[in-house]
Design a binder for this molecule. Structure first.
Ligand SMILES: [Zn+2]
Length: 219
């Protein structure tokens, strides 16, 4: 551990993302009391079929304490949660992918939403996953059209229409022959992920795997 990290831990002791208790083990992604209580997804339960993707994996179900923790991250702007969430996702992906990925990217916020929020929550998680798995992480997509938050749309068809044309491949991105991981916070209908996965394929990606912190039941 670097000295500056130790000082930061003393000044801002890391808290459990789920119950907000101060962690006795500051590098742990969550506290030992929450671990057995969370809705972990094992095997097939942690997989989802997404058009244009070769797989979609999530360590947790979007229920019990998980939605509240995700809201704290996104809407209360607790940027520090990118690290523990990224750690849980890296653990999940490491156990699922047989071969290492070439690039970790994410479903980005629009420039306007990024200005409002100050950070891109999926981007922070993607960078942490990349750091832990020693895979380069970087942007490959941009959000070109502001959309209604997917969480406000009940119907899968409305979510699909809302995501369509909302993203584009960043200019100059060449993914030819690459195995790419696409990160987002929560998968619900999967329309955002399939929209982004299709673009990554257009950019030449040979394999695309989606990775989210949590999986919600489709409405
Ligand atoms: Zn806890």
């Amino acid at each position: 551990m670097r000295a500056c990290e130790r000082v930061l831990d003393l000044l801002f002791p890391p808290k459990c993302p789920f119950c907000q208790k101060i962690l006795e083990e500051p590098r742990a992604p969550l506290c030992p009391e929450c671990r057995p209580k969370l809705p972990w997804l094992e095997g097939k339960a942690g997989e989802r079929r997404i058009d244009f993707a070769d797989g979609c994996y999530s360590p947790l179900a979007y229920r019990d304490g998980v939605p509240q923790a995700v809201h704290r991250y996104k809407f209360s702007r607790v940027r520090a949660l990118g690290k523990p969430f990224g750690a849980l996702m890296a653990q999940c992906l490491g156990g699922r992918l047989e071969e290492s990925a070439d690039l970790i990217c994410w479903a980005p916020l629009s420039k306007k939403r990024l200005r409002e929020r100050g950070f891109d929550q999926a981007g922070l998680m993607a960078r942490e996953v990349g750091r832990l798995l020693s895979v380069p992480a970087g942007p490959a997509l941009e959000k070109v059209r502001d959309t209604a938050p997917q969480s406000e749309l009940e119907e899968a068809s409305a979510r699909r229409a809302n995501a369509r044309g909302a993203y584009a491949l960043l200019p100059g991105v060449d993914l030819t022959g690459k195995r790419v991981v696409l990160v987002d916070d929560v998968v619900t209908s999967g329309s955002t992920l399939s929209e982004c996965a299709a673009l990554l394929r257009q950019g030449g990606a040979e394999e695309v795997y989606c990775l989210t912190l949590a999986q919600a039941r489709s409405g």
